[in-house]
Design a protein around this ligand. Structure first.
Ligand SMILES: [Zn+2]
Length: 410
């Protein structure tokens, strides 16, 4: 492709909305606009990735520091729109809302008798734990929902020091919404003082009783303080199995940073990421972004073969006696015939301007056709990552480039 046909617009400065260097260079090199919309050059880069993706090992060939599991592949990035839990030790990775953690039950206790106590103004776990002078771990937290599909009241119990993952709940019972005050009263519960002990049977004909769902740590936790379903009162020593039971006992907990990894017990990190692939599809714009974040230096992108949309940046330096551009055209055609993809900078610009753009756009190899070299039937070849350039005779260009890239046509 030719530079002028692609209407490439490079920028001298990074856009002021750039939060990462990769994005700044994608904009400066003219792959995307400041608003992150792909340009013509960007579209070609994306199509190129799409073609490469017919190879199942495609992502591995791009040399990206990805994390993931057998379902999804992610790229850590500060601007990521997804949060994952990630174990630096065993590499366990899962979307935060579905991440599993190792839970440590409190020491086993003998079950004590239920006791109703007055707890005025204790409608949060915080205030309750303070009032009774107990750790939050010794309380049961109630969350109340209504299932969208059938209107059934859903009563959820997790330990008071933990947070519910609504995603895990929905994966078990289907879509839910927060229960209304009326629905809570109808179920025999009291807002801020609710527990699964003694919930009323459904008063609506044909509607089932509350669906009780508890976290799997609850049956292992004795003598928890829970609501008395009466404003201003709580029950001491509620025990799962003796005082209430549940239709569903399952992991419901939202993981957080420093929770223990389910597999190895080491502390988890929480990282913002972009998704690169699921088993079914690739996210090419995110892959291009990940490439830019991973492969750049202070001058621009350093995209490796085969990730780069073009293997060669071909340019001519306008000459005084020789038509360097005509010679570059010949080389352009020859390289393409050999299956090498070329971006031909066909502008009559100064060498410095073109060198800067070549560095920004980041093709693996730059080929420069200049008057001096041509007198000796040579062109200048420079690998984007190398400091030095070298002169190669015209009849050796193709083989030289092919060996540099460990070339295979895609
Ligand atoms: Zn681990």
């Amino acid at each position: 492709m030719k530079y002028r046909d692609l209407h490439i617009q490079t920028q001298r400065e990074a856009p002021n909305n750039a939060r990462t260097q990769g994005f700044a260079f994608l904009v400066r090199a003219g792959y995307v606009t400041r608003e992150n919309v792909p340009t013509k050059l960007g579209e070609i880069a994306l199509e190129h990735l799409q073609v490469l993706s017919s190879d199942p090992s495609f992502l591995l060939r791009l040399s990206l520091p990805t994390i993931g599991n057998d379902q999804e592949t992610f790229f850590p990035i500060v601007t990521g729109d997804i949060e994952v839990a990630h174990c630096p030790s065993c590499k366990y990775t899962e979307r935060l809302e579905f991440a599993k953690i190792k839970k440590t039950p409190l020491p086993q206790e003998v079950q004590l008798p239920l006791e109703k106590v007055s707890t005025p103004d204790c409608d949060t776990i915080e205030s309750l734990a303070n009032f009774l002078n107990i750790p939050k771990e010794k309380t049961a937290k109630a969350l109340m929902y209504t299932r969208v599909s059938d209107g059934r009241f859903v009563f959820v119990v997790v330990r008071g020091d933990m947070q519910l993952s609504e995603a895990k709940l929905k994966a078990q019972v289907g879509e839910v919404r927060t229960a209304t005050a009326d629905e809570i009263v109808s179920a025999g519960a009291a807002m801020g003082y609710a527990s699964a002990v003694g919930l009323a049977p459904s008063r609506v004909e044909g509607l089932k009783d509350a669906l009780i769902v508890v976290d799997d740590l609850i049956p292992q936790s004795q003598n928890l303080v829970a609501g008395a379903n009466e404003e201003g009162y709580h029950l001491l020593n509620t025990n799962y199995g003796r005082d209430y039971s549940a239709e569903v006992v399952v992991d419901l907990i939202q993981a957080k940073a420093s929770d223990s990894c389910i597999h190895c017990g080491n502390p988890l990190n929480v990282l913002p990421v972009n998704i690169l692939a699921t088993r079914k599809e690739y996210y090419f714009e995110n892959i291009l972004r990940a490439l830019a974040e991973t492969h750049h230096d202070d001058k621009g992108l350093t995209l490796p073969h085969p990730a780069a949309p073009f293997d060669v940046y071909l340019m001519h330096v306008p000459g005084k006696e020789t038509d360097t551009r005509a010679k570059a055209e010949e080389i352009y055609i020859a390289l393409q015939s050999a299956g090498i993809s070329v971006l031909f900078d066909d502008r009559d610009e100064r060498a410095g301007v073109k060198f800067n753009d070549a560095d920004l756009i980041g093709c693996p190899t730059r080929v420069t056709v200049g008057e001096k070299g041509l007198k000796e039937e040579m062109v200048e070849l420079k690998s984007r990552m190398a400091k030095e350039n070298k002169f190669v005779s015209l009849d050796k260009i193709i083989s030289e480039i092919q060996s540099e890239h460990g070339y295979r046509t895609n």
